[in-house]
Design a protein around this ligand. Structure first.
Ligand SMILES: [Zn+2]
Length: 365
């Protein structure tokens, strides 16, 4: 497992790097072929292809248990060369090592084990997606279609540092905000200018004020750019904004408030507009998902680990599968932390226990 993990981590696979994402897919496909597992690929022109790995035959009312994972990372091309896979003590490091190449390795080995020994109560379907880190523009329809016919979905995002898994997640919306002003010489003809930067500053303060920690609503302007030169009133300013919420009803209310802030200008003459660039829906617990969690907790207990469910503010594809009606459990991958940073790590000692817990959970479904 560690050798395969090292190989995958050493391949760059940023979400927009189709060649890299497909290279990781090809390595996993090779593993599946070597273990006599049938694979199916759905090509995509812009993003990485979707890969299905089947153990047992699904379809015709024979609902599969889906083992899901994404193979893209947030890291740019060249990152793997700069800080390749390395092991220090009980931890392994490298881009995407926990989020979520370790989860993909775990899924691959569990599928191979069931292929070899049998015993699964339903067909197993590995689904390896390509663009989760940018809210799955190409994978979302594939995920939703797969989830609609699934008995359950087990998503191998990294397990919490505590060892717990994830039973609920926030919804998230990525917005692009554009403010338009008018360029003028800021010395010679100041009064003719309209500062887009002046206007976006007001909007940022107003947007951040929408944060309501108690309600689980957060607003973060994470990217900002604007202006033309130091001595020109800024004709344009742009921001990218991350909205998070807990309950589906909060979404429209939040967007309405954002729309009002975008519409109303403080700097006379400035105009603005916004658009949704990407979106995740919340992972909501259901009666059926609680029974999957119960099966997972019992399986882990059998192995000597007490595992509970946690709520996370992070978003993932599991929101889409839950929305599509599939009982879903997330964060069942090997234990790791500090995802999306250079300090990202995975606990190597958790690879086998988490794979066993997944296999035992499948047996209980
Ligand atoms: Zn992830």
């Amino acid at each position: 497992m560690i050798t395969l993990l090292g190989e995958l981590v050493n391949m760059d696979s940023g979400s927009y790097d189709k060649a890299g994402v497909d290279r990781v897919g090809a390595r996993l496909s090779q593993f599946f072929v070597e273990h006599d597992i049938v694979i199916r690929t759905e090509r995509h022109a812009k993003f990485g292809d979707a890969i299905f790995a089947e153990v047992g035959t699904s379809g015709g009312g024979n609902r599969p248990i889906v083992l899901m994972g994404h193979r893209d990372t947030v890291f740019p091309k060249g990152e793997a060369g700069l800080r390749p896979f390395r092991i220090e003590g009980a931890r392994a490091y490298g881009p995407g090592v926990a989020d979520m190449k370790a989860g993909l390795v775990m899924n691959a080995y569990v599928l191979a084990a069931f292929r070899r020994f049998g015993g699964a109560p339903a067909p197993l379907l590995g689904l390896i997606t390509s663009d989760e880190e940018i809210a799955s523009p190409s994978s979302r329809p594939v995920i939703e279609r797969t989830a609609k016919s699934a008995l359950a979905v087990l998503n191998s995002e990294p397990g919490r540092p505590s060892g717990n898994v994830i039973t609920g997640r926030k919804g998230g919306i990525f917005l692009a905000l554009e403010v338009r002003g008018k360029a003028a010489h800021s010395g010679g003809s100041f009064k003719e200018g309209i500062s887009a930067i002046g206007e976006i500053a007001h909007k940022i303060v107003a947007l951040h004020r929408l944060t309501d920690l108690e309600a689980g609503v957060t607003v973060n302007v994470g990217l900002l750019k604007g202006g033309q030169s130091v001595n020109t009133t800024a004709p344009l300013a742009e921001a990218e904004v991350d909205l998070r919420y807990v309950r589906p009803q909060q979404r429209d209310d939040l967007l309405e408030k954002v729309a009002r802030i975008v519409e109303v200008s403080t700097v006379a003459g400035a105009t603005a507009s916004f658009g949704i660039k990407g979106e995740f829906v919340p992972l909501i617990e259901t009666e059926a998902s609680r029974s999957v969690m119960a099966a997972y907790a019992a399986a882990s207990g059998e192995l000597g680990y007490a595992v509970g469910g946690e709520f996370s503010g992070g978003c993932a594809d599991s929101g889409f599968t839950a929305l599509s009606g599939a009982p879903t459990l997330c964060g069942i991958g090997p234990i790791g932390g500090r995802a999306h940073t250079a300090d990202e790590y995975v606990e190597l000692d958790s690879l086998v226990p988490r794979a066993k817990a997944l296999a035992l959970t499948i047996l209980r479904l």
